[in-house]
Design a protein around this ligand. Structure first.
Ligand SMILES: [Zn+2]
Ligand SMILES: [Zn+2]
Length: 406
């Protein structure tokens, strides 16, 4: 079956490149993916695939921009169901380069490869539909909106109940990566990507003439102390060997050379893996900030916006997916990945069903942009990898359904 599948997907390679380039030219921001979803739905309906659209509503008034097509095997009756996930949204970045398929939507760009993810799940779904006489069960294609936003599309789809009927036994997701060359697939069992929370702090003091600091409460000096104190949480309070990041990328003290401001605003991110430790930090960090600021005559307002939890890949499902990858690309092309401090909305699926997430190598030093980091204006992918990602997705689904959808 793997050879037939490889051949069918190889025949679709030109189409996948065309779909990806169409999506790349017409990127849409999170929860605004109307045209992207319509494009996906139209392609699948033309193949005769049943599609549930209008899913992933952010609020009751907004139109859902997700789509849940169901591809059904015709070999024998089966209730087994397995899900394959793609994300539809682009980022607010102005693109550079890409002759012939540069973004036509100014200031918006597919800089995270979601155009490729969508094209590959389309390819996998269409190939499986064309080969439906050879397999049984249902493959649910999950085209989710808003991966880059919080709350993301994944949690919304779960809340909307799209996984209730049919109910998949597991879900497979992928992400392109410039860190692996084309041809390689990266897996990790257990914790893979971090939980990410946003931190917003206002350090309050009393501003005035910078020449008279003794009459003021300088929030800039307090902020400097606070940021340093927070780094000691990572080095002294966190259990050694347990990955954690606490970074502040925005510090605004809107004074001047001779003006001390009334307050300083700081924004940062907290990345963790362990849920009890994450909860403890949510209690400890505001307490520390208030304690330290008050001890220096100021005060702190602390807001935590809770983001997605850690991506935890189900060990058994991941072992089976890794075995499928070995069969298809060979042991030497299957890489065991390190933990990553980046976050992924896919994490929410892993809370409600066994999930596995792999990285698809799309780096090729001979092709410009493909070794650039994600979320950068010059980012591109090696399109030769599209057939590999699509085959892995389709073969992974067939392996699970062949096992009765464990
Ligand atoms: Zn991204
Ligand atoms: Zn992404």
């Amino acid at each position: 079956m793997i050879d037939t599948l490889k051949k069918t997907i190889a025949e679709l390679h030109g189409d996948m490149v065309a779909w990806r380039r169409h999506l790349h030219r017409h990127p849409e921001l999170s929860f605004q993916e109307q045209n992207t979803a319509a494009y996906v739905i139209e392609l699948l309906k033309a193949e005769g695939i049943e599609v549930r659209g209008d899913v992933g509503k952010l609020t009751r008034d907004s139109q859902g921009t997700g789509a849940i097509p169901l591809v059904k095997g015709a070999k024998a009756p089966s209730f087994a169901c397995f899900a394959l996930r793609a994300d539809l949204d682009a980022l607010p970045i102005t693109e550079v380069g890409k002759e012939g398929y540069c973004s036509m939507n100014p200031g918006v760009m597919h800089a995270c490869g979601h155009d490729a993810h969508t094209s590959m799940v389309l390819g996998a779904g269409i190939a499986l539909h064309r080969l439906r006489e050879h397999w049984s069960g249902t493959v649910m294609l999950v085209f989710q909106p808003g991966e880059e936003k919080e709350p993301g599309g994944a949690s919304l789809l779960i809340k909307e109940g799209v996984f209730r009927d049919p109910s998949p036994s597991g879900i497979l997701g992928q992400h392109v990566t410039p860190e692996l060359p084309t041809g390689k697939l990266g897996f990790r069992s257990g914790a893979f990507m971090a939980a990410a929370d946003e931190l917003y702090i206002t350090v309050k003091g009393r501003g005035g003439h910078a020449g008279s600091p003794h009459l003021l409460v300088d929030p800039v000096v307090i902020t400097a102390q606070l940021i340093t104190a927070f780094q000691q949480v990572t080095s002294r309070r966190n259990k050694p060997g347990q990955p954690m990041v606490l970074s502040f990328g925005k510090v605004i003290a809107n004074g001047a050379t001779n003006i001390i401001p009334d307050e300083v605003r700081i924004e940062g991110t907290l990345r963790t893996f362990d849920e009890p430790w994450r909860a403890e930090l949510h209690r400890m960090l505001p307490e520390m900030a208030q304690g330290l600021c008050r001890s220096m005559g100021g005060d702190a307002e602390f807001t935590i916006v809770k983001g997605s939890p850690a991506v935890v890949c189900d060990p058994e499902l991941t072992a089976r997916m890794r075995a499928v990858a070995v069969e298809f690309v060979g042991e030497k092309n299957v890489v065991d990945m390190d933990l990553r401090m980046g976050a992924e909305d896919f994490a929410y699926y892993t809370l409600v069903m066994p999930g596995s997430f792999f990285r698809l190598g799309t780096g090729n030093a001979a092709k410009p942009g493909t070794t650039s980091g994600l979320h950068r204006a010059e980012f591109d992918i090696d399109e030769d990898a599209l057939a590999i990602g699509a085959t892995m997705m389709a073969a992974g689904a067939l392996a699970e359904l062949g096992n009765g959808g464990r």
